[in-house]
Design a protein around this ligand. Structure first.
Ligand code: CUA
Length: 192
């Protein structure tokens, strides 16, 4: 076989069985790679609660400041009857409103965001919260913070000249401490 191969290769022709064998081998390698990649997508999606695009709820970006859940007085953290919290944030060129939100640790946190102008990005450091914020739609992301601390929340979608400076912060405090905050201290932690 090797003898034959050398002779044939020397003459510039590779025998058909060798080509078929090689192609089968590469096909097998590709099939295994595809299988591994598919498994990685499915397993990490399930295990780390990755978020598929959540843009299914619509909202009119022209009237955000006038009516509905994204009016300024309704932004920030709200405590739900079941003990979870909902955080409403408005993204606009080039800031998030509010600039800093405060949430309890070890609690389900439901983020709801929308944009007043262009597409922005929503990402919270060290969590699975990472999604686009598209005008006309509401971005829904659920997560939990196990440890208190400050988490950076930069815009991670290029949105214009001020994109690099567009960032907010999530301050996570222990559950008991959060409970003792005044209602106005709970909604946000001010522009910082
Ligand atoms: Cu907003 Cu980048």
């Amino acid at each position: 076989m090797a003898e034959q191969l050398n002779n044939e290769t020397a003459s510039g022709l590779i025998p058909e069985p060798v080509i078929v064998h090689t192609e089968h081998r590469w096909f097998l390698v590709m099939a295994i790679l595809l299988g591994v990649m598919l498994a990685v997508v499915v397993l990490t999606g399930a295990a780390q609660m990755l978020h598929p695009s959540s843009a299914v709820e619509t909202v009119d970006p022209r009237t955000l400041h006038l009516e509905g859940e994204f009016v300024e007085s309704n932004l920030g953290t709200a405590v739900e009857p079941d003990g979870s919290v909902t955080v409403r944030i408005l993204a606009e060129q080039y800031l998030f409103v509010p600039q800093c939100v405060i949430v309890p640790d070890k609690t389900l946190v439901h983020f709801r965001l929308t944009s007043a102008d262009v597409t922005h990005g929503f990402f919270v450091q060290s969590t699975n919260a990472n999604s686009m914020v598209v005008p006309g739609y509401i971005t829904n992301v659920r997560t939990r913070f196990e440890n208190p601390g400050n988490y950076q929340m930069p815009c991670d979608e290029y949105c214009g000249f001020g994109h690099h400076a567009m960032a907010a912060r999530v301050t996570v405090v222990p559950k008991d401490q959060f409970k003792n905050l005044q209602p106005d201290e709970r909604t946000n932690c001010g522009a910082q």
